[in-house]
Structure formats: C-alpha cells, structure tokens
Design a protein around this ligand. Structure first.
Ligand code: IMP
Ligand code: MG
Length: 172
C-alpha cells in the first residue's frame, strides 16, 4: 500500500513561492532575466513563480530525464528538449523542482554555459541535501529537506501525483 504523508500544504507553498519571487525581483531588478524551467517537474512551480515576479522576465524550458521510474537516481542524464531562446549575456535562473544529488543541474549548468550567459544561478522548490554529490550552490531554495521521496505540485513518481496541489512524502 502507498501512503501520502503531508510535507507542505497549499498555503505553505504559496508563501514560499511569494517570498522567493520577491527576492528574485529585487536581486535582478537591473538585469535581463531569463528563467529556464526544468520539465516536467518544475512546470507548476514555474507557473506560480513567474506570476509573482514583478520585473520583466523571459522564460524557456529544457527537458532532462535522469530517473526512469525509480526512486533512486539512475545517474544517466538525457537532455530531451534544448533551449529555444538566445541567452547570450543574459542572467539565467534555472527553475528546478528538486535538487537531490545535484548531478542533473551540474550537467545543465555546463550545457547552458556553452551559450555564454552572463550568469547562471539556481532556484529550487526543494533543496534535498542528504544525497548531494556535487558542489552546486542553490542560490534560491524555497524549502530544505534532508531526505525522503516526495510527490505533488508538479513532482511525480512514475508520472503519477503531479496534479496534487500540495507536497507529500511517498511511503511505500
Ligand atoms: P539529481 O540529479 O539527483 O539532483 O536529481 C534531480 C531530479 O530528480 C529532480 O529534478 C527530480 O525530477 C528528481 N527527484 C529527486 N528527488 C525526487 C523526489 O523526492 N521525488 C520526485 N522526483 C525527485
Ligand atoms: Mg526534475
């Protein structure tokens, strides 16, 4: 049987997203900001985040798969959708659902740097630090978690649960 244990409710998430959007709007007020969302997991977070950002912003998406249907990273990273807009000399903020080992984002940062952006930073809904394997800095974490497999608010397990409006630990 599968159990869903609440971690963050709708109000918690709304407040976290509003706070981070305010920081981003302040820090990038003199920048040409481009948000790059990581599909599919970050699509709900991204759509809430941009509507709370008060400065001009462009958006794009990449799609990266590293998980298959397991709860443990396969560590095989595939870029299945590339960027479509020009990011040369732009300030880039990667919008990710969860940073876990950090391998996906290390790969993505290397890819984005080949287009000569001015800067690349990370905004993550969840910074899950116990299994971190790389030295990446999450400049804008909404919430820090030690461990556990979570779903909801765009985040899936084997493509299920993305539609849940809150975030839950998945206990199997
Ligand atoms: P990393 O390369 O290990 O940092 O993996 C990051 C990616 O793994 C995230 O973008 C998520 O898509 C996925 N992931 C990591 N932890 C979880 C989780 O608890 N639930 C669902 N997906 C996760
Ligand atoms: Mg992901």
């Amino acid at each position: 049987m599968t159990d869903l244990i609440p971690v963050l409710n709708k109000d918690d998430i709304e407040k976290m997203v509003a706070d981070i959007a305010q920081k981003i709007s302040y820090d990038y007020k003199d920048s040409e900001l481009v948000l790059i969302g990581v599909l599919k997991g970050a699509f709900v977070f991204m759509s809430d985040l941009i509507r709370k950002i008060t400065i001009p912003v462009k958006i794009d998406f990449v799609s990266i798969s590293s998980y298959g249907s397991n709860t443990v990273s396969s560590k095989k990273i595939n870029l299945t959708k590339v960027i479509e807009i020009n990011i040369k000399n732009k300030d880039i903020l990667i919008v990710e659902d969860i940073v876990d080992t950090g391998l996906t984002l290390t790969y993505l940062i290397d890819y984005l740097k080949t287009f000569d952006p001015k800067s690349v930073k990370i905004c993550a809904l969840l910074d899950k630090y116990e299994r971190r394997e790389t030295e990446i800095e999450v400049a804008y974490p909404c919430h820090r978690l030690e461990k556990g497999f979570v779903v909801g608010y765009g985040i899936d397990y084997a493509e299920d649960y993305r539609n849940l409006p809150a975030i839950y630990h998945l206990k199997q």
